[in-house]
Design a protein around this ligand. Structure first.
Ligand code: ADP
Ligand code: MG
Length: 238
């Protein structure tokens, strides 16, 4: 509702790498029960925004508010414990362990003890119950991405950050990922989605934020973003 703070608010977020302004005064919000697409050319600062939200990197300026609470000073662990889940552009799973062991370790890392039933139902939802004892490195990229999402969803995070979940993924898995995102939104979660596949982003997002050279250049509903000349130029002229 209008009286409660957004699930995620990024205010004037700034990050330098030496002389490079990777993120320059970015501000946007993600409401609970909505999907926000975060798009822009390669190197425009999208993944860095995720690293700043989760405190994998420390910002040089600005702040991040989760349910109205500033989280910039928190450890990685405390950010996760608040209910912020995140997947990586380069999948992070334990490649030498099987699917079930990966889920178990994710649960352990979040202090979950009663995780087995939830893990079983997530595997069924994600259509990989048959892969329970398959080793991580034997999974396809799409299955690895699904496993990474399942590892994050064990704790039912209120905010989910997905970094290029479709990269390298088979079309069948792509539909499963779309279903998962819609289902999470229906359950009131806030989702911030980095993805290069424009059709996917435009179909799924309630709002789209566009970055170019570290700056936000547009923020609006997909219909508006599609028609924005500056956006088209940034995406085509990269
Ligand atoms: P995107 O995800 O939009 O492709 P990134 O956020 O990964 O972009 O990168 C933004 C810019 O910051 C790029 O020029 C990238 O090379 C640089 N960059 C990202 N992470 C680091 C880092 N840890 N150290 C130095 N430069 C970085
Ligand atoms: Mg990236």
């Amino acid at each position: 509702s209008s009286s409660s703070p957004p699930r995620l608010a990024v205010r004037g977020l700034t990050k330098r790498f030496g002389g490079l302004l990777a993120v320059n005064g970015c501000s946007f919000e993600v409401e609970a029960g909505s999907v926000v697409g975060l798009i822009g050319p390669n190197g425009s600062g999208k993944s860095t925004v995720f690293n700043l939200i989760t405190n994998l990197l420390h910002a040089d300026g600005g702040e991040v508010l989760h349910d109205g609470v500033p989280i910039g000073g928190l450890s990685l662990h405390k950010v996760a414990r608040r209910g912020i889940g995140r997947t990586f552009q380069e999948v992070k799973i334990f490649r030498e362990l099987d699917v079930w062991e990966n889920l178990g370790l994710a649960a352990l890392g979040r202090g979950l003890t009663d995780w087995q039933d939830r893990a079983t139902s997530l595997m069924a939802d994600f259509k990989f119950s048959h892969l329970k004892h398959e080793t991580g490195e034997n999974l396809s990229i799409g299955q690895q991405r699904l496993l990474e999402v399942a590892m994050q969803l064990l704790v039912q995070p209120g905010l989910l950050l997905l970094d290029e979940p479709l990269a390298g993924v088979h079309p069948v898995v792509r539909d499963t990922i779309a279903d998962i995102i819609r289902d999470q939104r229906r359950q009131g979660r806030a989702i911030l989605l980095i993805e290069h596949d424009m059709r996917f982003v435009m179909d799924l997002s309630d709002r789209v934020v566009v970055m170019d050279h570290g700056e936000k250049i547009a923020d609006g509903p997909p219909s508006e973003i599609r028609a924005n000349e500056q956006v088209i130029e940034a995406l085509l002229g990269a």
